[in-house]
Ligand binder design. Structure first.
Ligand code: FES
Ligand SMILES: [Fe+2]
Length: 415
């Protein structure tokens, strides 16, 4: 691109005024630069060609899996960010992270840097974590703050996003502090989860109805999930994070194989599950796999899995696992076409939260399974990148949820 073209591409951002109901102040948000991040028409056309290589209309028994390029091609990854992660509700964290007024956490989804915080009145907000002066990231990590002070030149924002102080701005003309609040993002709470909707930024901020959000996020599975113990009554225990050298979908596919890999790759876990009791139900954007535990027949008092395990997958990247007294969630964050980070949050029934022996053993067992899965996922990524592999097939009796996931991806990416 020439310098002239670059200069011509500079267009002042459009400002729109929002009524912020929390503060009763008028302060604006501004519409984002073109939210479509697929960098050029050529990239988009190339990604669309790759998309056409999977046909969701072919029944499972005859279906061919998506091609390896879906997992290895950077332009396909850009299309996914644009059409999957920047649309609709996305899980980004736990309410535990913003339990008290002044709590905040930051995160990154694709190229979107965000802050979620709870203000002094208890209201939850989410913003782009980008200073309106010269674009420095404003906050990092998590913790407590009474305001956000930019580490670059000290511009200061309230927990409701309003610009409170623009430092050394004397002499500036045509500048109204009310026009430079942080850009808001739609945020909602469902059960113990914090959700963001990136394509609703700049909309008037009204209280988001959690029932509507549940329906939008989970479809008709919302009732089943909330009545099967996925709620806020469990105690939050801890977080574990794993960076994995594989495309984010490799981790999801591994989760969605109906227990197919369990007897081969998780021998320890397989001995505690009745794998022939596996059942799989599909909803609009959710699939639920469940399996009975075999431990009831054993003498051991240590029973991490309980009688029944439920593994719910919320497209595109969130897993909710409910077993025995435990719930853990897995959030698969895409870091690039061949890298992801998986965030595990562990919750436990309140009565067991001081049982350190049980907790240590359970977390060790869980970690063993994660390490086994990481080895599998990184091996699959290497295989996908080798010239030997182009497409594969599904095992129809166990891999229905994986096929459902691929069909949903196709549908979302095509429009
Ligand atoms: S970039 Fe934030 S104050 Fe300058
Ligand atoms: Fe596994």
């Amino acid at each position: 691109m020439s310098i002239t073209m670059l200069l011509n591409s500079f267009v002042p951002r459009q400002i729109s005024i929002l009524n912020n109901r929390c503060s009763n102040q008028i302060f604006p948000s501004c519409s984002l630069r073109n939210p479509t991040l697929v960098s050029s028409p050529e990239v988009a056309i190339h990604a669309q060609k790759l998309l056409q290589q999977f046909d969701p209309k072919i029944p499972l028994e005859k279906a061919i899996t998506p091609p390896a390029s879906w997992y290895t091609d950077p332009s396909f990854f850009e299309l996914e960010l644009d059409r999957i992660f920047y649309r609709g509700w996305q899980a980004v964290g736990s309410t535990e992270q913003i339990k008290n007024p002044h709590d905040f956490f930051t995160g990154r989804l694709g190229r979107v840097e965000f802050i979620v915080c709870r203000d002094e009145n208890g209201k939850v907000h989410a913003f782009h974590n980008v200073c309106r002066h010269h674009a420095s990231l404003l906050a990092s990590g998590s913790g407590q703050k009474s305001c956000f002070v930019c580490p670059y030149h000290g511009w200061t924002y309230g927990l409701n996003g309003a610009l409170l102080k623009a430092t050394r701005i004397e002499g500036v003309q045509d500048f109204n502090e009310n026009d430079f609040g942080l850009i808001s993002i739609e945020v909602a709470i469902w059960g113990p989860f914090v959700l963001l909707n990136l394509n609703k930024e700049g909309f008037p901020k009204t209280e988001v109805d959690s029932h509507c959000v549940g329906r939008e996020w989970l479809g008709s599975s919302a009732d089943i999930l909330s009545t099967n113990g996925i709620d806020s009554s469990l105690s939050y225990l801890c977080r574990r994070e794993y960076t994995i050298e594989c495309n984010w979908k490799v981790f999801c596919d591994n989760y969605l194989d109906g227990g197919y890999h369990v007897p081969y790759a998780h021998k320890g876990l397989a001995s505690g599950l009745k794998l022939d009791s596996y059942s799989i139900i599909m909803f609009e954007r959710v699939s639920i796999q469940s399996c009975e535990s075999g431990l009831v027949k054993r003498k051991e008092s240590y029973d991490r899995l309980g009688k029944n395990a439920i593994y719910a997958f919320v497209c595109p990247n969130f897993m909710i696992n409910r077993y025995g007294p435990w719930m853990d969630t897995n959030l698969v964050l895409p870091l690039g076409h061949n890298k992801c980070r998986v965030v595990f949050d562990y919750y436990l029934e309140h009565s067991l939260k001081d049982d350190t022996d049980f907790i240590d053993r359970s977390l060790q067992d869980s970690e063993k399974v994660q390490i086994e899965d990481i080895v599998l996922c990184e091996s699959v990524q290497k295989g996908l990148e080798s010239p030997a592999y182009s497409v594969g097939r599904y095992a129809p009796t166990v891999e229905q949820a994986m096929h459902h996931f691929h069909c949903l991806l196709h549908e979302n990416l095509a429009h």
